[in-house]
Design a protein around this ligand. Structure first.
Ligand SMILES: [Zn+2]
Length: 200
């Protein structure tokens, strides 16, 4: 049996009857999530699970290493920036959250190179994180963890290179927040300018 189809059948049998009214309201009124999350594609770090959210609450874009690229309005394919444009300009979310995590394969590729069998896109994508490598310093002890936190700070800084994000943040209409999720312990920490603050 296909585990996806089995999961879908559980969803139809158990979740759908309980959540039907919510889905119908979302279909009728459209979505109006208050929060947009930029997260990693890692299968262990699902924002809806980590934040205990329900359908309609989070507008999510996931990519390798939860990176926000700098604002580059050229003719190239900017998936993350397109999602940001929709979330901020159309949905008018009140909060942008960058959710990084421990044991991030994307951060590992940033620090030590992309896997040899995956050379087409990862290496150039994680180039965005170069300033985070410098900020994390050269010492090997705990280096990946320091880079993971710096990547969240970098993504938050890059968000402000989007003029309409900087403007909304300055006007107090948009809050920017960074978090790191530890897969081992399940603990979420707030990423501040000076350090990590575990959420009680
Ligand atoms: Zn990751």
């Amino acid at each position: 049996m296909d585990p996806l189809i089995e999961g879908y059948r559980r969803f139809r049998a158990e979740t759908w009857p309980a959540e039907r009214a919510r889905y119908e309201a979302l279909a009728h009124w459209g979505q109006s999530p208050e929060t947009m999350v930029i997260a990693c594609s890692d299968s262990r770090v699902d924002p809806q699970t980590v934040f205990g959210a329900v359908p309609g609450e989070l507008f999510v874009v996931r990519n390798v290493a939860a990176l926000v690229p700098p604002y580059e309005p050229d003719a190239r394919y900017h998936g993350t920036s397109a999602a940001l444009e929709f979330g901020v300009k159309v949905l008018k979310v009140a909060r942008l959250v960058v959710l990084g995590h421990g044991q991030c394969g994307g951060v590992r590729a940033m620090a030590y190179g992309a896997p040899p069998q995956a050379r087409d896109f990862i290496a150039s994508w994680v180039e965005i994180g170069k300033p985070a490598l410098a900020a994390a310093g050269p010492a090997e002890q705990g280096r990946l963890g320091r880079i993971e936190a710096e990547v969240v700070r970098l993504s938050l800084a890059n968000l402000k290179t989007f003029p309409w994000i900087a403007e909304a943040a300055a006007a107090g209409r948009l809050a920017l927040q960074g978090y790191l999720f530890d897969v081992h312990t399940g603990v979420l920490a707030s990423v501040g300018p000076d350090g990590l603050e575990p959420i009680e």
